[in-house]
Every structure is written in C-alpha cells, then in structure tokens.
Design a protein around this ligand. Structure first.
Ligand code: UDP
Ligand code: MN
Length: 297
C-alpha cells in the first residue's frame, strides 16, 4: 500500500531541517467532486510548472478590455504589474481591446512579450461593455489571437498583480473562485434564478460561484465558452431580460454544464475589503476599490 507523501510530511517536518516543502493545504478544499484541482498557495511548485510550460514551448494570451474611463484609470498599472508577475519567463501576447487605441499607455515589454491593440466600438451602458466582451473574445479566438496562442487568460482591467501568476494556473478550462462568495452555502449564491433567462440555475444546481474577472483555458475550450455565453446573452436580450450579474451569470451557467478542469483559489483574485482570512496566504491579483461614480456613466 502506498503512502501519500502528504500523510507522512507532518511527522517528518519537526525533525527535518532541509528544504522540505509541504505541498498541501489541509484546511481548504483542494479538489472538486469531479477531480479538478483547486490551486492554493503551497499546493504546487511554481518551478515545476515553469519547467513544464517551457518544455511545451507555449504562447500564452492575456486579454483585457479598457473602454471609456477604465483605460486611464486602470490599464497602465494592470500592464506594469502583469509584466512583473504574469507568466514571467513564458512567451506572452497581450490583447488590449479599446475604442481608443491611441490612448493605450506605453509600457516596456520584457523579452518574448508583445502587446497588440484591437479597436472595439464603445457600448453606451457599462453592462453592455461588459457583456459585449464575450462576442469580441469569441471572434478574436477564431482569428489571430486563437492562431498565435495555446492558452489564454481573460481578465478584468480593474485589478492589478501583486504576486506570482504563472503556468501553474494553466489548464484546458480554468475558473476563478469568487473572493466574496467562496465561503457561502450554495443556496445563497447569486446565480440567476429567473427561469426565462438562459443563465438560470435552479435550487440544487451550481458547484461554486465563479468570478468573471478571471477565466482562461485552451483556445478551443474558450471558443466553446464564449459561444455559449454569446448565445445566452443574445437569447436573453431577445426576451428583453438581463441576467443578475450579466456575462458572469452566463459564465456560471456554462461552468455548471461544462466543468472547469482547474479552479483558482480566491488568492488568485482577492479583494482587500474582505479583510484578513487565515486561508489567504498569498494574493496574486487585487481588485481595485470600486469607484463606480468615477468610471461608470
Ligand atoms: N469595462 C470597460 N469599460 C466599461 C465597463 C467595463 O472597459 O465602461 C471592462 C473592464 O475591463 C472591466 C470589465 O469590463 O474590468 C468588467 O466591468 P466591471 O469591472 O465594471 O464589472 P465588475 O467587476 O464590477 O462586475
Ligand atoms: Mn471588475
């Protein structure tokens, strides 16, 4: 009978003075009921992930939308901190979607990293800007973005990196546990409940509440995800309804129907307003404080 290393580590730790790392977090859920890892700080070796990604010679895309006042307010810090922390040592292509390409700030790129700017039309309502991302991403993934990358992360711009965000986060379909909701019972989660909405989840449905500020995966999986959300958003619009949390509601429906292959712990996208939590060791992205009066019309 084999012994799982994590079973004997606690016994060894007291007597061991060498570089023995304990790749386990016994106090948090690290695996879903369908076998997908939930990665927390100290459940992976970033050097191993790095080595494996280099061996595969990957190109990783990072998409972000900066429309209206979000551009001046957030984009520069987002890009500067991504240069310090996002997939450092890998080949990276940023895709910035904006209605004002000329206003994109200049940020010096590291070796093997480049930035592309794509023009989008500015929707009037902020909800529409947010929802329109799914269609734009779907088209981009079917074009150059999809051709030149292996994996893509799609991020909100109103956040910045404060810690390592590397290839340990890569997988076919990656979802982010929502920092405000990961401790809540399922029946309280803010899923869309209106049965007329394509995003509806009923009592007993839904695994976790996922945050639309961070999702990722292979190009093929993201094509499927964005296609699903575009259809759902379109169906709701034809019925004159809008899901509670817009594109995020449709994303949650998709992840219920198509289980993510990896989940990121709330450490990967943390909100400081939540305050101190013992299980949050090492935040990687921090939300900007919500200054809606400044950025939303
Ligand atoms: N966004 C934008 N301009 C807008 C509204 C939204 O660029 O007027 C983009 C931006 O990337 C933003 C994302 O859409 O981070 C989602 O919107 P927001 O962050 O306001 O939604 P929340 O995180 O509050 O749900
Ligand atoms: Mn946001």
């Amino acid at each position: 009978m084999g012994i799982c290393p994590t079973d004997i580590m606690p016994l060894l730790r007291d007597n061991f003075t060498g570089d023995l790392r304990h790749w386990a977090r016994p106090e948090v859920l690290t695996c879903t009921s369908w076998g997908a890892p939930i990665i927390w700080d100290d459940t992976f070796d970033p050097d191993v992930a790095q080595q494996e990604a280099r061996r595969q010679n990957l190109t990783i895309g990072l998409t972000v939308f900066a429309v209206g006042r979000y551009l001046e307010k957030y984009l520069k810090q987002f890009l500067e901190t991504a240069e310090q922390h996002f997939m450092v040592g890998q080949r990276v292509v940023y895709y910035i979607f904006t209605e004002r390409p000329e206003a994109v700030p200049h940020v010096a790129m590291g070796v093997g990293r480049q930035l592309r700017v794509e023009r989008v039309v500015r929707e009037r309502r902020w909800q529409d800007v947010s929802m329109a991302r799914m269609r734009t991403l779907h088209e981009a993934l079917g074009g150059r973005l999809g051709r030149e990358t292996d994996y893509v992360f799609c991020l909100d711009v109103d956040q910045h990196f404060v810690g390592h965000f590397g290839p340990e986060a890569l997988s076919d379909l990656v979802a982010q546990l929502h920092a405000w909701h990961y401790r809540w019972p399922r029946w309280l989660l803010p899923y869309e409940r209106n049965a007329r909405s394509a995003a509806a989840l009923f009592s007993g449905e839904g695994d976790f509440y996922y945050h639309a500020a961070v999702f990722g995966g292979s190009v093929a999986a993201l094509r499927q995800l964005t296609a699903h959300c575009v259809l759902g958003l379109q169906q709701d619009q034809e019925r004159g309804i809008e899901a509670l949390w817009h594109d995020e509601s449709h994303l949650n429906k998709f992840f219920w129907l198509h289980k993510p292959t990896k989940l990121l712990s709330p450490e990967f996208c943390w909100a400081q307003e939540i305050g101190w939590r013992t299980e949050i060791h090492h935040p990687r992205l921090l939300w900007a404080p919500k200054e809606y009066a400044l950025v939303r019309d």
